[in-house]
Structures are given as C-alpha cells and as structure tokens.
Design a protein around this ligand. Sequence first.
Ligand SMILES: C[S@@+](CC[C@H](N)C(=O)[O-])C[C@H]1O[C@@H](n2cnc3c(N)ncnc32)[C@H](O)[C@@H]1O
Length: 344
Amino acid sequence: MLALRVPREKAEEARVLLSENQILDKHHRIRHSEDFVEIPVLEFPDHELLKKFARLNAVVIDERQYPWRETFKEPFRDILKCIQIPDDKKELLPTRWEQLGHVLIMKIDAGLDDWLEEIAGAYSEVLGAETVLRDVGGITGEYREPVLELVLGAETEATHVENGIKYRLDAARLMFSSGNVDERIRMASVCKNAEIVVDMFAGIGYFTLPMAVHSNLEKIFAYEINPLAHKYLIENLKLNRVEEVVETKLGNCTEAEEDVADRVVMGYVGTTHEFLPKAVRILRESGIIHYHETCPDRLMPDRPKGRIKQAAKTEGKTAEILNIKTIKSYAPGVSHVVVDARIE
Ligand SMILES: C[S@@+](CC[C@H](N)C(=O)[O-])C[C@H]1O[C@@H](n2cnc3c(N)ncnc32)[C@H](O)[C@@H]1O
C-alpha cells in the first residue's frame, strides 16, 4: 500500500498537504516509528506535490499494508448507527453512492421521502461530504446530463481527484462515472510518444486529461458539444497544467479535421456507432480507434466488432480488433464495452 514516509516533526504539515490535495487515505491507520511517520495515501502524488514533500524530506513508499481505522471499517454501519429513522425503513437506505469531492450523489428510495434531511445529514457526516444530490433520472440526452435534485447543501461544483488528476465539474449538471476509473487509468498508458490524438467526445476531459498528463503526446484535439462541459474542460487543462498539449474545440465532432490523427477516442454511448466512419476518416493512413458501445450481452462481441469492421470497409480500409473489454454493467443484460481496433 502506498504511504508517505515523513520525519516525525514534519508529519502534521505533510498530513495537511495530503488532505488538501484529497489524497489522504483516512481509512487506514498512520504508522509511527521512532523517527518517522508513515501516512497512507490514496494515490501517487503529482509532480508539484512531490516537490513540496521533498522539501519536508518525505518520500512515497510501497512496503506494507496498514490496518483499517475502526471508525471507517464500514461506513454503512456507521451511517446506520447515527440515522434517526424508523427501523423498518432502514432496509431502504442506499448502500451505494458516488462521491465527487464534497458532493455525494445517490438514489434514495421514495419510501424514505419523509426523512430526506436526516438521511442526507447522516451520510454526509460519516462520508465527509457537504452537499447531497439525489439521483432521480439517471443520465440523459446528447450531453449525457444527470437528472438530480439537491437534498442538502448548496455548492455543487466539486473537484474529484483520481490517479493524480484533478477533475473539476458542476456535479449537479455534468456526469462523472466512477465506474469508468479503470478505463481512465488504462487510457493514461496506451498512447505512444509524439502521437496526435483526437478525443471526439471529450466532456470535462475524462480521457483527454489522463492521456495528456501521463503520456508524451504531440497534440490532443478535444471536441465537446456542450458549452458547460467545454468550459470545465478548459479549466481542467489549466488545473492539470496541460493546456499546451490539448487544443479544445467547442462543437460537433462531425466537424473534426480529417486525416490528422494516430489515435481516436470515442468515449460516448448510445449512438457512438453512427460516428465510426467519421472516426476512420479522422485517422491518418493507419491508426487506432477506442470505440465505446452499450451492447446487449447476447450481441457480444459480434455487434461492436462488426460495426467497426463495417465502418472501416465503407471508408475503403480494414479493421483488426486488438482488444475488447467490458467497462461496467450498464443495465440488466447490457454492458458498456470498449473495443480497440487498428485501422489500415
Ligand atoms: C459525458 S461524456 C461520456 C463519459 C465518459 N464515457 C465517461 O464516463 O468516462 C460524453 C460527452 O460527449 C459529448 N458529445 C455528445 N455528442 C457529441 C458530438 N457529436 N460532438 C462532440 N461532443 C459530443 C457530450 O456532451 C458529453 O459531454
């Protein structure tokens, strides 16, 4: 497990820095030895933070496991303890939630409508949140917008930190799927040096940011049709100091320049297949497409593979399927999958 080893006298300073940067692992115990303190961390600190830790003579280590802190052993058990609602209603309480910085997002059963304030208060206290949004309609429309109601707090603009990257967004108006974390991490390492990448559905930078931060690219052209998502995309590029490598375009990716890219990312679901011929044309002579689709399990893997091959053929090219991976369950019997294909 990752931890920061810091001289005793600098431990509090380091702990505050970790907390401010949202990578302090509050769920595991800090370890004390004679001269040093080891503070569990959620992820490897970014470059800037590492420089600050170096000044404290602190180093990141990965040498041992740290025991759970009792109070955090089972957040749901703690929530149950401090919630004041009738016992027969407790089985309706949400056992899953999404947390983006200080904002909690969860489905709350209609049978709990009379206790919304108590419920939001208990969850936010135990989970360290300030705002609670109730998911009342999932993700909808071309912009993939969440349908949420404010239950507690006021500030819905949040910063989610993951894999050394800061994602800032208005959680009440834009989606962020924590279930796609593995794919965001994977995209951080698939690119080759000096590539040109086109992200056709950039959003706030779900894939553009990990690629820009963790790869050595010549350029990413990031298309986003929703002005609000585009505004946060620009803010996130600055926040992660990658404005130089990414050029954003507010508009439809169907307008993207063609014959320019080594790699195209299609992180969108629903009608993504309609954009496949365009993706093939955006590529230079040859290149890679990362194609996302929500596919009924009974049509896997033939439908997504077939759609890519067909689009390549339409454009006078061929497609070699390199990899197909399930990202998460999307609905009963339907999976969100990503296919990597080489187009030539
Ligand atoms: C929300 S992201 C998908 C999320 C991502 N797969 C994830 O969860 O990690 C998709 C983005 O594509 C944008 N979009 C949809 N159609 C588009 C188009 N034709 N051109 C450019 N952007 C588009 C939406 O506004 C949205 O911000």
